[in-house]
Design a protein around this ligand. Sequence first.
Ligand code: ATP
Ligand code: MG
Length: 452
Amino acid sequence: MSEIKKEKAEKIVAVKGMNDVLPGDAHLWELFQNTAQSVVQSYGFQQIRTPIVENTALFARAIGAVTDIVEKEMYSFTDSMNGDQLTLRPEGTAGVVRAVLEHNLVYEGPKRLWYTGPMFRHEKPQRGRYRQFFQFGCEAVGFNGPDIDAEMIMLCRRLWDDLGLENIRLELNSIGDAEERARHRVDLIAYLESHETLLDAEAKRRLHTNPLRILDTKNPTMQEMVNGAPKLLDYLGEESLAHFNGVRKILDHNNIPYVINPRLVRGIDYYNRTVFEWVTDELGAQGTVCAGGRYDPLIQMFGGKPTPAVGFAMGIERLIELMKAAGEPDQPNQCDVYLVHQGEQAQLQAFVLGERIRDAGLDVVMHASTANGPGSFKTQMKKADGSGAAFAVILGEDEVANHSASVKAMRAEEGEQQQSTVPFDDVVDFLVDQITGGDNHHYHVHDENCKH
Ligand code: ATP
Ligand code: MG
């Protein structure tokens, strides 16, 4: 015992780059989740939930060996119980595709799927870049036309609108198919070699492994040089070009603005044809809030029948930051009713009443005792006020004796009746009537963003 007392317990803190979402922010996450879910449902997408841990081989194969993610960002470990090589998922597509194949999901036809959850990448933590971060994504599996690409882009647009986010622009490109990229690659490498003195160390390293990714560089001293590099768009064959123009036609017809960014590529090997990003200037260097594209070759790479697919993933932390900047919706009240009670008998009755009020669909916080004791009437009323409740329901000795409760309107305007004595058995009806009924009630209790 004295041992414990002597040693001051060392503080354990969160893992670097992994954030807590505290109650003050959680309602924004809830709002994002509810909005995103209702948007994707309005396009007929269905949820899929896959494990956070997968076999390392899944990502090595799906994402490609010479990518940032597989080269240096994965949380991989050996399961000490059985020696399995496992990885915390760095992204969602690989797991979804694995599940689709494992359960033969596209057997009955193409599928529109969505997922959300934490992803893990060992990167240098900074604004908009964390080691645990959350994505919301969609995958449409089994569709090959440009129409679904356009649909997914329009779905994103609708989500930005529903979230009240402006200033997110769409960048669009086509990276063709493997053959077209191979032809482009020869010219690209030659071009980059002729500017070798301008290449940074990272670019030199990638010159012969993943030169396309050099186009994506964030190094300002290389911008001008990469701007002059051969453009993949100029290497597209007829079919790829027709696909790209098909996407553009639908976007144009629906007045979805975009800019064609010939340098837009994906860091992941399995993409082909359409690639897109939604970008904002409001978040500093980490301005991409959503990235997507086609990945027709992936499913065959996994041993499945050739199955075209397209998807995107959004970074939720970055979108939450934009939501905050756009003007935070008020934090919803903790409850509709705060239950104040004095004395043992009143406490017992308060429990009964609390359950009844909840049965009627209202949110109730019942005062609970702390180290300071059960709390004086004054203390409890202060708590009631702080909770944002529309009503305090008060049970004291007098109320118990009279089989009644006092109901106090906490947000009453001047001249309105503030406190009523209500028979115990009528309290629920009284509250429901005050809160939801009547034309001229003044209590706006249920925030529309707050689901009950
Ligand atoms: P970057 O080039 O910025 O590293 P990426 O190509 O690695 O991006 P994707 O794999 O396409 O990013 O992920 C899709 C989205 O997920 C990104 O556009 C971003 O919004 C978000 N995202 C990716 N990595 C992180 C991270 N470490 N922390 C927070 N959000 C992230
Ligand atoms: Mg990255």
